[in-house]
Unconditional design. Structure first.
Length: 679
């Protein structure tokens, strides 16, 4: 089998995926599906009346041709402004052209008086102009534009608040591939309508209309406000010249060509006597009536469409997980001398002869392979996992070659232990948490890490496990531990990726057209979630994680390197996450650690290291704290600057100079070797 699925360059999971709703989400989906079923039943019941409804409609129409009329009226725009600072200028034909500054993203706000009556839609005309790049329609250097949103509202003295316009239908006379005008209505801020403005053959007038579901009542002295939004990932792709028109025609009869009423083909059917119409003509007339005429059936259709849309909208919020899907089985051959154009004997799928065969009745595909991998008779899987789990807790695996546990790997230092762990893993039903609990509760793991000269000489790497393991923690754990000690860590489980603090412009160069350009950190809990949930850009990992030897994730990395460098200490001392964590620990010390500096520092030390502080260390830290208090009292601005680091606010009930001094002391504690080291 092969993996089937298209790449997704715009972010998110790539197909194939499966949705993984929780219990509450499943209940909501069930309720929404019931609404869809009820709406579908109403449509089925109402459409039985369709022939009678069509006959009544025809009888009410005095003259089908009279229904046709010019429907679009150019708006007499009074004002047009650019949020990004462009200069919008009105031309004699009622259009507006943008000049001057061309910002990366922009929103044009247009206001116009609107006659009392009804409003059903807008017509946007994008027009080429000799003054625009490439004499095209957009302001980008290539002459293109990407319109990502259109918003409207009607205000009037008689209205308590502006009436929001909800466009439900969008059509254009042309759209660039992948940039359909309907994308303006999908609520995704970066999706939009583009028109191949870089193609000289396509630099002609373009039209797009945006229609409401039901006609809106316009009171006297009303003002229409329209916003044209440009928020695509392509900088400067703003419309260059445009014109707006409005209509009060029946929504379903709106057309880009500006005439309403039934089309010519439908008029021809209506002129044919009822008894002479073919079944195809009757079906065509009913189709037009159903889509274009306000009736109980169209109301039922709209209700069904709304119910389906609500269900689809909710389903899009359900988390998804990428999975593998079987592709077609391709023939495989032994290649003569390894040359691809010289196939030899045809071969079929099976397992290597030195390993157990496939389980009975297992299919020869990925499902069968998965069953073979976790078959209790397979001696490999459980041993590989047990060896890797051991490395996570002891620094080294029972066989140091965790990334390649095969014939060329290091022989296990305790082979019987590795065998027992593997069989125990299988016996517990592949329960990873149970195995991790077993390891950390073992006497071996809970030993003291105290090192004697005799042990160092006999076992420098602790392969014989005569003492507790000692090694620097992984970067993710260093960060999570600092937040937990400070009382800032958010223990929530699950949810989308979060955006903690990052250096300014961290991904602007490596994500020129990606969704991480202009990275902005979260403003709430996302700053303090476990590092496991941090958004991760492959090939450009979070800088602090790289300092602590996290892999880039360009390739599968089983064994991480483990280094200790000055850059790690600089990060722990200066990065905003750790400075804020130090202030959080300082507040814990002042609020819960007692009343004297000695009590508070001892409390902070135990909170950070899980052990009591030694008298000499306590004295040294207390003396340093006293000096820093005096320093911050004499320089209150420096205390204020230190306490202002991070999104959380300092406790204003605490003395600023003391809190700043305790923050510096807490920073020393968080940088202790025994805090960032499994000791």
């Amino acid at each position: 089998g092969t993996i089937q699925g298209a790449s997704n360059r715009s972010g998110g999971n790539s197909e194939p995926v499966i949705e993984v709703p929780d219990q509450e989400e499943e209940q909501e989906i069930a309720q929404l599906r019931k609404r869809v079923e009820a709406a579908q039943s109403k449509v089925t019941e109402t459409q039985l009346q369709l022939p009678n409804l069509v006959a009544s409609w025809e009888a009410e129409m005095e003259s089908p041709e009279a229904a046709k009329k010019e429907m679009w009226e150019i708006l007499q725009v009074k004002d047009a402004k650019s949020k990004g600072g462009a200069a919008l200028r009105k031309l004699p034909d009622g259009s507006w052209i943008a000049g001057g500054r061309n910002p990366g993203t922009d929103t044009y706000t247009i206001t116009s008086p609107l006659a009392a009556g009804t409003f059903t839609g807008l017509l946007l005309e994008a027009l080429p102009d000799p003054t625009l790049p490439n004499q095209s329609l957009g302001r980008a250097p290539n002459g293109n534009f990407v319109l990502t949103g259109i918003e409207g509202e009607i205000s009037a003295p008689s209205l308590k608040k502006p009436l929001k316009i909800a466009f439900t239908r969008a059509e254009a006379d042309y759209a660039q591939k992948g940039y359909d005008v309907k994308l303006l209505l999908d609520k995704e801020p970066a999706n939009g309508w583009a028109i191949d403005g870089n193609d000289p053959k396509k630099r002609v007038d373009r039209k797009a209309m945006f229609i409401v579901d039901k006609a809106l009542t316009v009171p006297a002295d009303a003002t229409l406000t329209v916003r044209l939004v440009h928020q695509s990932k392509f900088a400067g792709h703003n419309i260059g010249r445009f014109r707006l028109s409005a209509t009060d025609a029946e929504p379903a009869l709106a057309s880009l060509d500006g005439t309403g009423g039934p089309p010519a083909a439908v008029l021809a059917i209506m002129k044919t006597p009822t008894e002479n119409r073919t079944p195809q003509q009757r079906a065509e007339l009913e189709k037009f009536y159903r889509a274009s005429v306000d009736s109980p059936l169209r109301d039922a259709d709209y209700a069904l469409a709304a119910a389906k849309a609500e269900l689809e909208k909710f389903e899009r919020t359900i988390p998804s997980v990428m999975v593998m899907k079987e592709g077609p089985v391709r023939d495989a051959f032994i290649l003569k001398r390894g040359e691809y154009d010289k196939p030899g004997d045809k071969v079929s799928m099976t397992t290597p002869a030195v390993l157990p065969p496939m389980p009975k009745d297992a299919p020869l595909n990925r499902l069968g392979l998965a069953k073979w991998i976790v078959d209790p008779a397979n001696p490999l899987t459980a041993r590989v996992w047990a060896n890797r789990a051991w490395e996570n807790f002891f620094g080294y695996g029972l066989s140091k070659s965790t990334e390649n546990l095969g014939t060329q790997s290091e022989y296990p230092v305790h082979p019987e232990l590795l065998d027992w762990l593997a069989t125990e893993f299988i016996r517990t039903g592949w329960d990873m948490k149970a195995m991790q609990k077993l390891i950390v509760m073992s006497a071996t793991y809970r030993q003291s890490s105290k090192l004697t000269p005799a042990l160092l000489e006999k076992d420098p790497e602790n392969r014989l496990l005569a003492r507790g393991p000692r090694f620097r923690l992984a970067g993710e754990i260093v960060r999570d531990q600092a937040l937990a000690i400070a009382g800032l860590l958010v223990p929530k489980i699950g949810g989308p990726s979060v955006k903690p603090y990052m250096p300014e412009g961290v991904w602007d160069e490596t994500s020129k057209y990606g969704d991480l350009r202009g990275y902005k950190a979260d403003t709430g809990d996302g700053l303090y979630r476990r590092s496991f949930y941090t958004i991760w850009k492959r090939t450009a990992a979070p800088p602090t994680m790289l300092l602590f030897d996290a892999p880039t994730r360009e390739i599968c990395t089983v064994k991480r390197s483990r280094t200790n460098t000055p850059l790690q200490a600089l990060s722990l001392l200066n990065e905003v996450t750790f400075v804020e964590a130090a202030r959080g620990l300082a507040q814990q010390m002042m609020q819960h650690g007692g009343t004297t500096p000695e009590q508070r520092i001892a409390y902070g030390f135990k909170r950070a290291t899980a052990r009591d502080i030694e008298p000499a260390a306590l004295k040294q830290l207390t003396n340093g704290f006293a000096k820093r208090v005096e320093l911050f009292k004499s320089k209150p601005a420096e205390a204020t600057a230190l306490l202002a680091q991070g999104a959380t606010k300092a406790d204003t009930s605490l003395n600023p100079a003391e809190l700043a001094a305790y923050t510096t002391t807490a920073s020393v504690l968080l940088n202790l070797d025994r805090v960032v080291t499994r000791d």
